[in-house]
Design a protein around this ligand. Structure first.
Ligand code: IPE
Ligand code: MG
Length: 225
């Protein structure tokens, strides 16, 4: 979800106004996702690199996340949405961590849509934490290095239990992947749109999903007859 800051700056408004508008867009996209056949949706809300922003912007974003969970919890549960979070939560404030755990537990049995929010997420950081955990098992004699498998790594990432993404969409005209699910998205299709995130509507999502449906995916194999 990129482009909130530019969206606001283009209008002469503070960046946080763009983030608030961006959060409204998330609500609309979450509500519309099942209509497009989406069962798994992951949104990148805050990266491990975003701490470099001003204190005002970081605190403003954290308060948007807090209010989003507080205000949307009932709706999320009523809509059958299972909410999860990925990323290193240990650096987030205690209240936000409690809200995150609370909504994860409350929605754990829901299946209409699986919504995952990446907060303080970085793909390298996630892989690093996983490698350390595996190394501890090896050092303690619980695991042999040659016994480590691809699946074992997937199971120890923050995304354990989630399928790998089929499609990754980045808004705002940037054509980088910026540390988003580098392990999991190894075979994902990518879509880059010039739209700034606060302009990204359910209709725009629908168009991209329709285009994705026409792509041919071979996963390194050959075209099946
Ligand atoms: C939103 O867009 C991404 C978040 C960190 C929430 P940006 O804040 O990166 O917006 P631009 O790139 O400055 O326009
Ligand atoms: Mg940006």
């Amino acid at each position: 979800m990129d482009g909130n800051g530019r969206w606001a700056t283009n209008r002469g408004w503070p960046r946080l106004v763009g983030h608030r508008k961006g959060a409204e867009r998330v609500k609309e996209i979450v509500r519309s996702a099942p209509d497009f056949g989406i069962r798994w949706l992951t949104v990148y809300a805050f990266s491990t690199e975003n701490w470099k922003r001003s204190t005002e912007e970081v605190l403003g974003l954290m308060s948007i996340f807090t209010r989003y969970i507080e205000r949307e919890a009932d709706r999320i549960a009523a809509d059958g949405v299972r909410m999860r979070f990925i990323g290193d939560r240990s650096r987030l404030d205690a209240k936000l961590q409690r809200l995150m755990e609370g909504i994860e537990a409350r929605t754990a049995g829901l299946t209409r849509l699986n919504l995952t929010v990446a907060i303080n997420y970085g793909g390298r950081d996630e892989i690093l934490r996983t490698v350390r955990a595996l190394a501890e098992d090896v050092a303690a004699g619980r695991l042999a290095p040659e016994a480590i498998t691809d699946a074992m790594i997937s199971q120890r990432l923050d995304t354990h239990g989630l399928p790998d993404p089929d499609l990754v969409i980045r808004t705002s005209g940037e054509t980088r992947t910026s540390n988003f699910l580098p392990w999991q998205a190894a075979y994902a299709e990518y879509e880059f749109t010039e739209m700034l995130w606060p302009d990204f509507t359910p209709a725009a999502l629908g168009e991209i999903v329709a285009r994705f449906g026409n792509r041919e995916r071979r996963f390194g194999g050959v075209i099946s007859a």
